[in-house]
Design a protein around this ligand. Structure first.
Ligand SMILES: Cc1cc2nc3c(=O)[nH]c(=O)nc-3n(C[C@H](O)[C@H](O)[C@H](O)COP(=O)(O)O)c2cc1C
Length: 203
């Protein structure tokens, strides 16, 4: 079978892409509005970019009515955000926060999610997240045309908060303890603790 993307409608292309580019890590992004309302939402078009400088990216698409998602609106105004990573115990709560609440309503308050203060940026992190990256906006690159413009948000990672209970005795990440979830197509997810090792001859 061969898919020719030029013959497909964008919504079908989207469905094919999200079921083939898998598993995708999930950025659970906290941000703050100019009025001080904390926002929290998940994004699975997310990845690391480079370590020099430490950089990540995620992609809030513009809504089909042409308005920005709350996360993008906040980051454009404040230039700060936190990317929280999602483990298995947080999966259902993360999914709840994909609901489109009014701009002046906080997902953290609405769903009773405990926040912890960040050290360098205004948005708080999710206290129970196994890892949280404090980030400063570097640039936003827009790809595509309306409806559904992709706003690729690049952030410099200022610091990472890592829960002590996901570390080995040697102080490294233990993937089994980290137990992150990944997004597959549709409403499917996978777990990152099914691991195997392949040694590399050259580094
Ligand atoms: C697991 C998961 C991954 C998602 N990934 C994306 C994504 O990469 N880009 C996007 O625009 N929306 C994504 N969404 C939908 C947003 O979370 C949703 O539109 C949310 O309401 C945006 O919130 P905000 O308006 O508070 O920023 C995802 C939802 C879920 C549950």
């Amino acid at each position: 079978m061969k898919l020719s993307f030029s013959d497909l409608e964008p919504r079908h292309i989207y469905k094919w892409m999200i079921s083939m580019i898998v598993p995708r890590p999930i950025a659970w992004v906290s941000s703050v509005s100019p009025a001080g309302v904390t926002n929290l939402a998940p994004f699975s078009f997310f990845n690391g970019v480079t370590s020099r400088p430490p950089t990540l990216m995620f992609v809030p698409v513009t809504k089909f009515d042409g308005t920005p998602k709350d996360t993008l609106r906040n980051i454009e105004a404040s230039e700060e955000f936190v990317v929280n990573l999602v483990n298995m115990p947080l999966a259902e709560t993360m999914n709840s926060t994909a609901e489109a609440l009014p701009y002046d309503e906080s997902e953290m308050d609405h769903f009773g999610i405990e926040a912890a203060a960040s050290d360098h940026v205004a948005p708080p992190r999710v206290a129970a997240a196994p890892v949280a990256f404090e980030c400063r906006l570097m640039q936003i690159t827009r790809i595509g045309e309306a409806p559904g413009i992709a706003n690729v948000v690049f952030g410099e990672i200022i610091c990472a908060h890592i829960a002590d209970d996901v570390l080995t005795e040697a102080g490294r990440i233990d993937p089994a303890k980290l137990d992150l979830i990944g997004r597959m197509g549709g409403e499917d997810y996978c777990r990152s603790n099914d691991q195997f090792t392949i040694s590399r001859k050259s580094h």
